[in-house]
Every structure is written in structure tokens, then in C-alpha cells.
Design a binder for this molecule. Structure first.
Ligand SMILES: Nc1nc(=O)c2c([nH]1)NC[C@@H]1CN(c3ccc(C(=O)N[C@@H](CCC(=O)O)C(=O)O)cc3)CN21
Ligand SMILES: CC(C)C(=O)C(=O)O
Ligand SMILES: [Mg+2]
Length: 272
């Protein structure tokens, strides 16, 4: 296996626009720490998202709501130190940008200044337009996020597919165009019908990145721990597992415990 596009030394927002223009799909994954980011980057993924899913995957919370801006900056700065090539995008966490565009700008600037990441991602459409405009005006690239927006889970009540009804699909299409028109460089579409993803992706010039949104998105994103089978209890239909690391890791650790109990670790070569 080899890294795709080895000629690309550093992925930028322009690189992923060119991939859409060429009709080449964009690969994206999450990472939350230095060691995992090094692996994901080395494997050739173009976009690494420091997702607020860290709240679930790293901290064990039920939702993404509790993670703080300081915690996102800690994860993001760790990821940036592990990345040589990918574009690093960071989720603005719940409560750091909704409602107040000055606070939104301050949050985005803290992320850029304190982590070294390349862009931020924000959930929502017209409701957060002013905040996005302020951040874009400061020269910070913004990725939008429409459809299933987990920071609003208590407004919707479920993680079910979004925009199945015509009115919600129309609002999503309007929001997508608004985000493109104000200058967002890309857009995540989460858990919406595949046909709507196709309509939106064909109608926009900027690249869409889907999760549970079907094959027509210009790119795909999943949570790294999900594709590696570490989070083995999370199995939505859209997830494809590429490894069963939960089993691999549990067995490896079990062998270590056995060796310690049998006093066969450490041996003479592993001692001074
Ligand atoms: N480990 C992990 N992976 C993710 O993809 C992820 C997170 N955490 N945390 C933040 C959000 C939440 N996401 C989610 C959460 C649930 C479903 C989901 O489909 N849940 C149920 C169906 C619920 C319903 O239909 O009401 C399922 O089938 O598992 C999808 C995406 C995506 N993000
Ligand atoms: C799943 C992606 C799109 C995300 O927002 C996250 O990981 O937080
Ligand atoms: Mg997120």
C-alpha cells in the first residue's frame, strides 16, 4: 500500500478544492492525540478533524456537549505536533460560538493561536451566520456542518436521519448555499439521505464531506476509533470497520498480564 498523491507536500483548503474539481474523492478521519495523528497522517488521509467526538471517545461522555475549549485546544495542539501533511480542522465546541459572534471569534482565534491548526468547523446554518462571517473575516478558514448536528441533540432528541422531509431538506440546501456564499471552504453533511447529499454536492462548488450521507459526497469522514474497531459498541449502519483492534488490544494486554503473573516478563534480556 502506498500514500496517494505523494507529490502533495502539504494539504491546504485549496488542495481539497482541487480534488473536487478533478473528481477525486477526499479522505478524512478524526484524531485526538499525537500518536494517532502520526499514523493517520502517514497513511495518507488528506483531512484530519480534531472532532468534539473526543468528548465521547476520549473522555467517555454520553454527548459532545461537555467538552471545553481548553480541552479541544489540548487535543488539537497534540494532533498538530503529529501531522506533517494533512489539513488539520478543529471543531469549535458547544458553547464557544453560538449566539455571540465576538465570543465565536475569540474562540476561533484561541484555537488557531494555541494549537497551530489550519481551520475550524462549526455546526449549523443561518442561526450562526454572523459568527461564521466574523471568523472568516479574521482570515480563519471555516468548514460548515449540516444535517445531524450532535451539539443540538437535546433540541432534536434522537440521532435519527435528518432532512427526510421536504421542508428540512430545503432548509439544508439553503443553509449549504449560504455557507458557500459567505466563504466556507467545505461542508460536512451528517446522516442525511444519499439523494439529498447528491443534490447538495452537485449544486455546490465547494467540497462536501459526508458521514452517513451516502456515496455522492465529495469526501468521506469517520471517527478513527470506530473504523479501527476500538469503540466496539458503536455500530451505526453507516460505519465500516477496517480492523478489530478491540480484540487485538484485549488479547495483547491479556498476554502481558499472563506473563507478569507467570514471572516470564521481564526476562534476562529485558533486565539490567
Ligand atoms: N464514536 C463516535 N463516532 C461518531 O461518529 C460520533 C461520535 N462518537 N460522537 C459524536 C457524533 C455523534 N454521532 C452519531 C451518533 C449516533 C448515530 C446513530 O446513528 N445512532 C444510532 C441510531 C439512532 C437513531 O436512529 O435514533 C445507531 O444506529 O447507532 C450516528 C452518529 C457521530 N459522531
Ligand atoms: C464526525 C465528525 C464529522 C465530527 O464532527 C466529530 O468527530 O466530532
Ligand atoms: Mg463534531
Amino acid at each position: 500500500m502506498s500514500v496517494h498523491n505523494p507529490d502533495i507536500k502539504r494539504v491546504t483548503t485549496h488542495t481539497i478544492q482541487e480534488l473536487k474539481n478533478k473528481g477525486e474523492k477526499i479522505s478524512a478521519l478524526t484524531a485526538y492525540d499525537y500518536s494517532m495523528a502520526r499514523v493517520v497522517d502517514t497513511a495518507g488521509v488528506e483531512v484530519i478533524l480534531v472532532g468534539d467526538s473526543a468528548s465521547n471517545v476520549m473522555a467517555g461522555h454520553e454527548t459532545t456537549l461537555p467538552i471545553t475549549l481548553d480541552q479541544m485546544i489540548y487535543h488539537a495542539s497534540s494532533v498538530v505536533r503529529g501531522v506533517k501533511r494533512a489539513l488539520v480542522v478543529v471543531d469549535l465546541p458547544f458553547g464557544s460560538y453560538q449566539g455571540n459572534s465576538s465570543e465565536a471569534l475569540r474562540s476561533a482565534i484561541r484555537i488557531m493561536k494555541e494549537s497551530g491548526a489550519h481551520a475550524v468547523k462549526m455546526e449549523g446554518g443561518i442561526e450562526i451566520k454572523e459568527s461564521i462571517v466574523r471568523i472568516l473575516s479574521a482570515g480563519v478558514p471555516v468548514m460548515g456542518h449540516l444535517g445531524l448536528t450532535p451539539q443540538s441533540i437535546y433540541k432534536f432528541g434522537t440521532y435519527a436521519v435528518r432532512a427526510k422531509e421536504e421542508a428540512e431538506a430545503q432548509k439544508l440546501m439553503d443553509d449549504a448555499h449560504m455557507l458557500q456564499d459567505i466563504g466556507c471552504f467545505s461542508l460536512v453533511l451528517e446522516k442525511i439521505p444519499a439523494a439529498l447529499t447528491q443534490k447538495v454536492s452537485e449544486s455546490l462548488t465547494i467540497p462536501t464531506i459526508g458521514i452517513g450521507a451516502g456515496p455522492a459526497a465529495d469526501g468521506q469522514i469517520l471517527v478513527i476509533h470506530d473504523i479501527l474497531g476500538i469503540t466496539n459498541e458503536f455500530k451505526p449502519r453507516f460505519l465500516r470497520r477496517y480492523a478489530d483492534l478491540h480484540t487485538v488490544m484485549t488479547e495483547a494486554i491479556g498476554h502481558y498480564v499472563d506473563d507478569v503473573k507467570a514471572n516470564s516478563f521481564p526476562n534476562e534480556n529485558e533486565a539490567y
